[in-house]
Design a protein around this ligand. Structure first.
Ligand code: SAM
Length: 383
Protein backbone atom coordinates (compact mmCIF):
# COMPACT_ATOMS: atom_id res chain seq x y z
CA UNK A 1 0.00 0.00 0.00
CA UNK A 2 2.92 2.24 0.87
CA UNK A 3 4.39 1.48 -2.50
CA UNK A 4 1.15 2.46 -4.25
CA UNK A 5 1.05 5.68 -2.41
CA UNK A 6 4.64 6.34 -3.32
CA UNK A 7 3.86 5.62 -6.96
CA UNK A 8 0.85 7.87 -6.86
CA UNK A 9 2.99 10.58 -5.38
CA UNK A 10 5.76 9.89 -7.82
CA UNK A 11 4.15 11.91 -10.58
CA UNK A 12 6.33 14.84 -9.62
CA UNK A 13 9.61 12.91 -9.71
CA UNK A 14 11.48 9.95 -8.35
CA UNK A 15 11.17 8.58 -4.84
CA UNK A 16 13.73 10.61 -2.98
CA UNK A 17 16.33 8.58 -1.18
CA UNK A 18 14.49 5.39 -2.13
CA UNK A 19 12.92 5.39 1.36
CA UNK A 20 9.71 3.41 1.55
CA UNK A 21 6.90 5.83 2.18
CA UNK A 22 4.22 5.12 4.69
CA UNK A 23 0.51 5.24 3.98
CA UNK A 24 -0.75 8.74 4.59
CA UNK A 25 2.63 10.32 3.98
CA UNK A 26 1.38 13.69 2.77
CA UNK A 27 4.59 14.46 0.90
CA UNK A 28 4.38 11.31 -1.13
CA UNK A 29 0.85 12.19 -2.25
CA UNK A 30 1.48 15.86 -2.73
CA UNK A 31 2.15 17.82 -5.80
CA UNK A 32 5.45 18.86 -4.21
CA UNK A 33 8.37 17.75 -6.21
CA UNK A 34 10.79 15.72 -4.11
CA UNK A 35 13.91 17.87 -3.94
CA UNK A 36 14.64 17.89 -7.62
CA UNK A 37 17.82 19.83 -7.29
CA UNK A 38 19.57 17.03 -5.43
CA UNK A 39 22.00 14.83 -7.19
CA UNK A 40 21.51 11.19 -8.11
CA UNK A 41 23.08 10.11 -4.83
CA UNK A 42 20.08 11.83 -3.10
CA UNK A 43 22.18 13.05 -0.20
CA UNK A 44 21.17 16.49 0.91
CA UNK A 45 24.00 18.86 0.39
CA UNK A 46 25.00 20.65 3.53
CA UNK A 47 26.72 23.82 4.60
CA UNK A 48 29.06 25.86 2.53
CA UNK A 49 29.76 23.23 -0.12
CA UNK A 50 26.07 23.02 -1.10
CA UNK A 51 25.68 26.74 -0.94
CA UNK A 52 28.72 27.07 -3.17
CA UNK A 53 27.15 24.69 -5.66
CA UNK A 54 24.05 26.91 -5.59
CA UNK A 55 21.87 24.00 -4.49
CA UNK A 56 21.19 24.67 -0.82
CA UNK A 57 18.85 27.62 -1.35
CA UNK A 58 16.79 25.62 -3.80
CA UNK A 59 16.42 22.80 -1.29
CA UNK A 60 15.40 25.12 1.51
CA UNK A 61 12.95 26.92 -0.76
CA UNK A 62 11.33 23.72 -1.98
CA UNK A 63 11.01 22.34 1.53
CA UNK A 64 9.35 25.54 2.71
CA UNK A 65 6.94 25.43 -0.23
CA UNK A 66 6.02 21.84 0.61
CA UNK A 67 5.45 22.73 4.23
CA UNK A 68 3.21 25.62 3.21
CA UNK A 69 1.20 23.42 0.85
CA UNK A 70 0.81 20.74 3.49
CA UNK A 71 -0.41 23.28 6.03
CA UNK A 72 -2.87 24.74 3.52
CA UNK A 73 -4.21 21.28 2.70
CA UNK A 74 -4.79 20.39 6.34
CA UNK A 75 -6.83 23.55 6.93
CA UNK A 76 -10.60 23.13 6.35
CA UNK A 77 -11.77 24.77 3.15
CA UNK A 78 -13.61 28.01 3.90
CA UNK A 79 -17.34 27.52 3.48
CA UNK A 80 -19.58 29.96 1.73
CA UNK A 81 -20.84 31.04 5.11
CA UNK A 82 -17.37 31.63 6.57
CA UNK A 83 -16.39 33.71 3.61
CA UNK A 84 -19.55 35.76 3.65
CA UNK A 85 -19.70 36.33 7.41
CA UNK A 86 -19.57 39.96 8.32
CA UNK A 87 -18.17 41.06 11.68
CA UNK A 88 -20.81 40.24 14.26
CA UNK A 89 -23.07 43.20 14.87
CA UNK A 90 -23.80 41.66 18.26
CA UNK A 91 -20.50 42.93 19.54
CA UNK A 92 -20.95 46.48 18.43
CA UNK A 93 -21.88 49.29 20.77
CA UNK A 94 -25.16 49.61 18.88
CA UNK A 95 -26.25 46.66 20.94
CA UNK A 96 -27.51 49.22 23.46
CA UNK A 97 -30.60 49.18 21.37
CA UNK A 98 -29.22 47.00 18.67
CA UNK A 99 -30.23 47.80 15.19
CA UNK A 100 -28.02 45.38 13.32
CA UNK A 101 -30.81 44.85 10.83
CA UNK A 102 -30.19 48.35 9.57
CA UNK A 103 -26.48 47.75 9.21
CA UNK A 104 -27.04 44.55 7.36
CA UNK A 105 -29.68 45.75 4.97
CA UNK A 106 -27.21 46.22 2.18
CA UNK A 107 -25.88 42.72 2.71
CA UNK A 108 -29.24 40.96 2.83
CA UNK A 109 -29.54 38.14 0.38
CA UNK A 110 -32.33 35.81 -0.58
CA UNK A 111 -30.43 32.90 0.91
CA UNK A 112 -32.04 31.59 4.07
CA UNK A 113 -29.42 30.89 6.74
CA UNK A 114 -28.56 27.29 7.56
CA UNK A 115 -28.71 26.19 11.15
CA UNK A 116 -25.58 24.11 10.92
CA UNK A 117 -23.54 27.28 10.64
CA UNK A 118 -25.03 28.61 13.86
CA UNK A 119 -24.45 25.63 16.13
CA UNK A 120 -23.83 26.58 19.71
CA UNK A 121 -24.09 25.15 23.18
CA UNK A 122 -27.55 23.86 24.08
CA UNK A 123 -28.00 26.09 27.11
CA UNK A 124 -26.70 29.29 28.57
CA UNK A 125 -27.04 30.10 32.23
CA UNK A 126 -29.25 33.19 32.37
CA UNK A 127 -28.00 33.99 35.88
CA UNK A 128 -24.39 34.08 34.77
CA UNK A 129 -23.44 37.74 34.54
CA UNK A 130 -20.84 36.97 31.88
CA UNK A 131 -23.47 35.39 29.64
CA UNK A 132 -25.64 38.42 29.93
CA UNK A 133 -22.73 40.80 29.49
CA UNK A 134 -24.30 42.93 26.83
CA UNK A 135 -25.07 46.58 26.76
CA UNK A 136 -28.68 47.32 27.52
CA UNK A 137 -30.52 50.60 27.54
CA UNK A 138 -31.02 52.10 30.97
CA UNK A 139 -34.71 52.63 30.22
CA UNK A 140 -37.11 51.50 27.48
CA UNK A 141 -36.08 53.30 24.30
CA UNK A 142 -38.61 55.66 22.74
CA UNK A 143 -40.65 54.20 19.85
CA UNK A 144 -38.64 55.96 17.14
CA UNK A 145 -35.52 54.08 18.22
CA UNK A 146 -37.21 50.84 17.16
CA UNK A 147 -37.50 52.06 13.57
CA UNK A 148 -34.08 50.58 12.85
CA UNK A 149 -35.49 47.14 13.61
CA UNK A 150 -38.57 47.61 11.46
CA UNK A 151 -37.57 50.20 8.83
CA UNK A 152 -40.16 49.41 6.15
CA UNK A 153 -42.94 49.12 8.72
CA UNK A 154 -42.12 52.55 10.14
CA UNK A 155 -41.74 54.01 6.64
CA UNK A 156 -45.20 52.71 5.69
CA UNK A 157 -46.61 54.17 8.89
CA UNK A 158 -45.06 57.54 8.10
CA UNK A 159 -46.53 57.47 4.61
CA UNK A 160 -49.99 56.73 6.00
CA UNK A 161 -49.63 59.72 8.30
CA UNK A 162 -49.43 62.21 5.43
CA UNK A 163 -52.52 64.32 5.62
CA UNK A 164 -53.70 62.40 8.69
CA UNK A 165 -54.80 64.62 11.56
CA UNK A 166 -54.14 64.19 14.37
CA UNK A 167 -51.05 62.05 13.69
CA UNK A 168 -51.23 58.49 14.94
CA UNK A 169 -48.68 57.42 17.56
CA UNK A 170 -45.64 55.54 16.33
CA UNK A 171 -45.91 51.76 16.26
CA UNK A 172 -44.58 49.85 19.25
CA UNK A 173 -43.60 46.25 19.85
CA UNK A 174 -46.70 44.46 21.12
CA UNK A 175 -45.66 40.82 21.05
CA UNK A 176 -42.55 39.39 22.70
CA UNK A 177 -41.32 35.83 22.24
CA UNK A 178 -39.00 35.13 25.15
CA UNK A 179 -36.30 32.58 24.30
CA UNK A 180 -37.41 32.62 20.67
CA UNK A 181 -34.82 30.01 19.64
CA UNK A 182 -34.63 29.80 15.86
CA UNK A 183 -37.61 32.09 15.35
CA UNK A 184 -40.31 29.69 14.17
CA UNK A 185 -43.05 31.37 16.18
CA UNK A 186 -42.02 34.86 15.08
CA UNK A 187 -42.23 33.88 11.43
CA UNK A 188 -45.74 32.56 11.91
CA UNK A 189 -46.86 35.55 13.98
CA UNK A 190 -45.57 37.88 11.24
CA UNK A 191 -48.17 36.79 8.71
CA UNK A 192 -50.95 36.10 11.21
CA UNK A 193 -50.70 39.61 12.69
CA UNK A 194 -49.13 41.72 9.92
CA UNK A 195 -50.09 44.98 11.64
CA UNK A 196 -48.41 44.14 14.96
CA UNK A 197 -44.71 44.40 15.78
CA UNK A 198 -43.26 41.24 17.30
CA UNK A 199 -39.82 40.89 18.86
CA UNK A 200 -37.92 37.73 19.72
CA UNK A 201 -35.53 37.79 22.67
CA UNK A 202 -32.80 35.21 22.62
CA UNK A 203 -29.91 34.69 25.00
CA UNK A 204 -27.57 32.69 22.77
CA UNK A 205 -25.80 35.04 20.39
CA UNK A 206 -25.42 32.63 17.48
CA UNK A 207 -29.08 31.68 17.66
CA UNK A 208 -30.08 35.34 17.72
CA UNK A 209 -27.80 35.91 14.71
CA UNK A 210 -29.53 33.07 12.87
CA UNK A 211 -32.96 34.60 13.46
CA UNK A 212 -31.68 37.98 12.33
CA UNK A 213 -30.39 36.54 9.07
CA UNK A 214 -33.56 34.54 8.61
CA UNK A 215 -35.72 37.66 8.95
CA UNK A 216 -33.50 39.64 6.59
CA UNK A 217 -33.57 36.89 3.98
CA UNK A 218 -37.35 36.55 4.20
CA UNK A 219 -37.80 40.30 3.85
CA UNK A 220 -35.45 40.35 0.89
CA UNK A 221 -37.37 37.58 -0.89
CA UNK A 222 -40.69 39.20 -0.10
CA UNK A 223 -39.63 42.60 -1.41
CA UNK A 224 -38.58 40.96 -4.66
CA UNK A 225 -41.84 39.04 -4.94
CA UNK A 226 -43.88 42.12 -4.17
CA UNK A 227 -42.12 44.08 -6.90
CA UNK A 228 -42.62 41.21 -9.33
CA UNK A 229 -46.21 40.26 -8.61
CA UNK A 230 -47.73 43.38 -7.08
CA UNK A 231 -49.73 44.13 -4.00
CA UNK A 232 -52.87 42.29 -5.20
CA UNK A 233 -51.28 38.90 -4.83
CA UNK A 234 -50.11 39.75 -1.30
CA UNK A 235 -53.66 40.66 -0.44
CA UNK A 236 -54.88 37.38 -1.95
CA UNK A 237 -52.28 35.46 0.09
CA UNK A 238 -53.58 37.16 3.23
CA UNK A 239 -56.65 34.92 2.98
CA UNK A 240 -54.53 31.84 3.68
CA UNK A 241 -51.25 33.04 5.17
CA UNK A 242 -50.41 29.68 6.73
CA UNK A 243 -50.40 27.92 3.36
CA UNK A 244 -48.41 30.57 1.55
CA UNK A 245 -44.79 29.63 0.87
CA UNK A 246 -42.84 32.78 1.79
CA UNK A 247 -40.25 32.10 -0.89
CA UNK A 248 -42.87 31.61 -3.62
CA UNK A 249 -45.61 34.12 -3.02
CA UNK A 250 -45.96 37.45 -1.25
CA UNK A 251 -47.30 37.16 2.28
CA UNK A 252 -49.06 39.83 4.31
CA UNK A 253 -46.60 42.13 6.01
CA UNK A 254 -43.61 40.74 4.13
CA UNK A 255 -41.92 39.97 7.51
CA UNK A 256 -41.26 43.68 8.02
CA UNK A 257 -42.98 43.46 11.41
CA UNK A 258 -40.69 40.95 13.18
CA UNK A 259 -37.23 41.29 14.59
CA UNK A 260 -34.91 39.81 17.16
CA UNK A 261 -32.76 41.02 19.97
CA UNK A 262 -30.00 39.23 21.79
CA UNK A 263 -31.05 39.78 25.36
CA UNK A 264 -31.29 38.12 28.70
CA UNK A 265 -35.02 38.35 29.26
CA UNK A 266 -34.64 37.23 32.85
CA UNK A 267 -32.67 40.34 33.66
CA UNK A 268 -33.52 43.00 31.14
CA UNK A 269 -37.12 42.89 29.93
CA UNK A 270 -38.01 46.16 31.72
CA UNK A 271 -35.05 47.80 29.98
CA UNK A 272 -36.75 47.30 26.64
CA UNK A 273 -40.47 47.57 27.27
CA UNK A 274 -42.44 50.16 29.18
CA UNK A 275 -45.33 49.41 31.54
CA UNK A 276 -48.39 47.81 29.87
CA UNK A 277 -46.76 47.88 26.44
CA UNK A 278 -47.15 44.20 25.59
CA UNK A 279 -50.27 42.45 24.40
CA UNK A 280 -48.81 38.97 24.12
CA UNK A 281 -45.86 37.43 25.92
CA UNK A 282 -44.75 33.97 24.80
CA UNK A 283 -42.68 31.35 26.64
CA UNK A 284 -42.40 28.41 24.28
CA UNK A 285 -40.57 25.33 25.49
CA UNK A 286 -38.42 27.19 28.02
CA UNK A 287 -35.39 25.43 29.46
CA UNK A 288 -36.67 23.08 32.17
CA UNK A 289 -33.77 23.33 34.67
CA UNK A 290 -34.65 20.04 36.31
CA UNK A 291 -32.28 20.17 39.27
CA UNK A 292 -33.88 21.62 42.39
CA UNK A 293 -30.90 23.93 42.87
CA UNK A 294 -31.40 25.34 39.35
CA UNK A 295 -35.12 26.09 39.61
CA UNK A 296 -34.29 29.73 40.24
CA UNK A 297 -33.18 29.83 36.60
CA UNK A 298 -36.70 29.07 35.38
CA UNK A 299 -38.10 31.91 33.36
CA UNK A 300 -41.67 31.59 34.67
CA UNK A 301 -41.59 32.12 38.42
CA UNK A 302 -43.59 34.19 40.90
CA UNK A 303 -40.93 36.93 41.25
CA UNK A 304 -40.56 37.26 37.48
CA UNK A 305 -44.32 37.22 36.99
CA UNK A 306 -44.47 40.48 38.92
CA UNK A 307 -42.27 41.94 36.19
CA UNK A 308 -44.36 40.43 33.42
CA UNK A 309 -47.53 41.76 35.06
CA UNK A 310 -45.98 45.20 34.89
CA UNK A 311 -45.21 44.93 31.18
CA UNK A 312 -48.37 43.21 29.90
CA UNK A 313 -51.40 45.41 29.32
CA UNK A 314 -54.67 44.49 31.05
CA UNK A 315 -56.41 42.01 28.77
CA UNK A 316 -53.03 40.95 27.37
CA UNK A 317 -51.99 37.31 27.55
CA UNK A 318 -49.07 35.20 28.72
CA UNK A 319 -48.64 32.00 26.70
CA UNK A 320 -46.69 29.01 27.96
CA UNK A 321 -46.07 25.63 26.38
CA UNK A 322 -43.73 22.78 27.27
CA UNK A 323 -43.33 19.06 26.74
CA UNK A 324 -42.02 18.53 30.27
CA UNK A 325 -44.99 17.61 32.50
CA UNK A 326 -43.28 18.80 35.66
CA UNK A 327 -42.42 22.18 34.13
CA UNK A 328 -45.95 22.50 32.73
CA UNK A 329 -47.39 22.00 36.20
CA UNK A 330 -44.81 24.40 37.66
CA UNK A 331 -45.63 27.22 35.19
CA UNK A 332 -49.35 26.79 35.71
CA UNK A 333 -48.92 26.81 39.52
CA UNK A 334 -46.79 29.98 39.35
CA UNK A 335 -49.33 31.77 37.18
CA UNK A 336 -52.24 30.63 39.34
CA UNK A 337 -50.43 31.89 42.42
CA UNK A 338 -50.07 35.37 40.97
CA UNK A 339 -53.00 37.72 41.61
CA UNK A 340 -52.52 39.63 38.32
CA UNK A 341 -53.28 36.65 36.08
CA UNK A 342 -56.34 34.49 35.47
CA UNK A 343 -56.45 31.42 33.29
CA UNK A 344 -58.09 31.70 29.87
CA UNK A 345 -60.97 29.25 29.49
CA UNK A 346 -60.79 26.36 27.05
CA UNK A 347 -63.47 27.93 24.79
CA UNK A 348 -61.63 31.22 24.61
CA UNK A 349 -58.40 29.41 23.99
CA UNK A 350 -59.89 27.62 20.99
CA UNK A 351 -60.70 31.01 19.48
CA UNK A 352 -57.21 32.38 20.13
CA UNK A 353 -55.24 32.09 16.87
CA UNK A 354 -51.93 32.66 18.66
CA UNK A 355 -52.61 29.84 21.13
CA UNK A 356 -53.38 27.53 18.24
CA UNK A 357 -49.97 28.28 16.76
CA UNK A 358 -48.08 27.18 19.87
CA UNK A 359 -47.80 23.41 19.40
CA UNK A 360 -46.39 23.47 15.88
CA UNK A 361 -44.97 26.90 15.09
CA UNK A 362 -41.71 26.62 16.97
CA UNK A 363 -38.81 24.36 16.14
CA UNK A 364 -39.05 22.65 19.55
CA UNK A 365 -42.76 22.08 19.07
CA UNK A 366 -42.14 20.48 15.68
CA UNK A 367 -39.51 18.23 17.23
CA UNK A 368 -41.90 17.13 19.96
CA UNK A 369 -44.62 16.46 17.38
CA UNK A 370 -42.23 14.41 15.23
CA UNK A 371 -41.39 12.27 18.25
CA UNK A 372 -45.04 11.87 19.19
CA UNK A 373 -44.57 13.77 22.47
CA UNK A 374 -47.22 15.47 24.54
CA UNK A 375 -47.40 19.21 25.16
CA UNK A 376 -48.78 21.19 28.09
CA UNK A 377 -50.22 24.62 27.36
CA UNK A 378 -51.24 27.28 29.89
CA UNK A 379 -52.49 30.68 28.77
CA UNK A 380 -53.25 33.35 31.35
CA UNK A 381 -54.76 36.80 30.96
CA UNK A 382 -53.57 39.94 32.70
CA UNK A 383 -56.43 41.29 34.83
N1 SAM B 1 -38.88 28.89 21.92
C1 SAM B 1 -38.02 28.15 21.05
C2 SAM B 1 -38.72 26.94 20.51
O1 SAM B 1 -39.77 26.58 21.03
O2 SAM B 1 -38.22 26.35 19.54
C3 SAM B 1 -36.71 27.76 21.72
C4 SAM B 1 -36.84 26.87 22.92
S1 SAM B 1 -35.25 26.50 23.65
C5 SAM B 1 -35.57 25.05 24.55
C6 SAM B 1 -35.16 27.74 24.92
C7 SAM B 1 -34.52 28.99 24.41
O3 SAM B 1 -34.60 30.01 25.38
C8 SAM B 1 -33.06 28.81 24.10
O4 SAM B 1 -32.82 29.22 22.78
C9 SAM B 1 -32.35 29.69 25.11
O5 SAM B 1 -31.16 30.23 24.60
C10 SAM B 1 -33.38 30.73 25.38
N2 SAM B 1 -33.26 31.37 26.68
C11 SAM B 1 -33.05 30.77 27.86
N3 SAM B 1 -33.00 31.66 28.85
C12 SAM B 1 -33.17 32.88 28.28
C13 SAM B 1 -33.19 34.20 28.77
N4 SAM B 1 -33.03 34.47 30.04
N5 SAM B 1 -33.39 35.21 27.88
C14 SAM B 1 -33.55 34.96 26.57
N6 SAM B 1 -33.54 33.71 26.05
C15 SAM B 1 -33.35 32.69 26.89
Amino acid sequence: MGGDAAEAGGAGGPNVGGAKRKFGDRVSQSRCRPMRSLGAEQTPPAGEAARARGEWDTVVRERATCRRRRRRRSRPAPTRHMRARAPSPLRTPQNTLPHPLKQQHQQATAVLPRKRFYRTRAHSNPLNAAVGAMRVPAAPPPPERWAAHFPAFFAAHQQQQQGHHPPQPLPEVRFADVGCGFGGLLVRLATLYPDKLALGLELRDKVAAYVRERVLALRHVQRGLLKERGQEEAVAAAAAPAEADPTESPVPGGYENISVLRANAMRHLPNYFRARQLEKLFFCFPDPHFKASNRRRRIVSVPLLAEYAHLVAPGGRVYTITDVPELGAWMRAQLEAHPSFVEVSAEELARDAAANLLPLATEEGQKVARNGGQTFIAVFERV
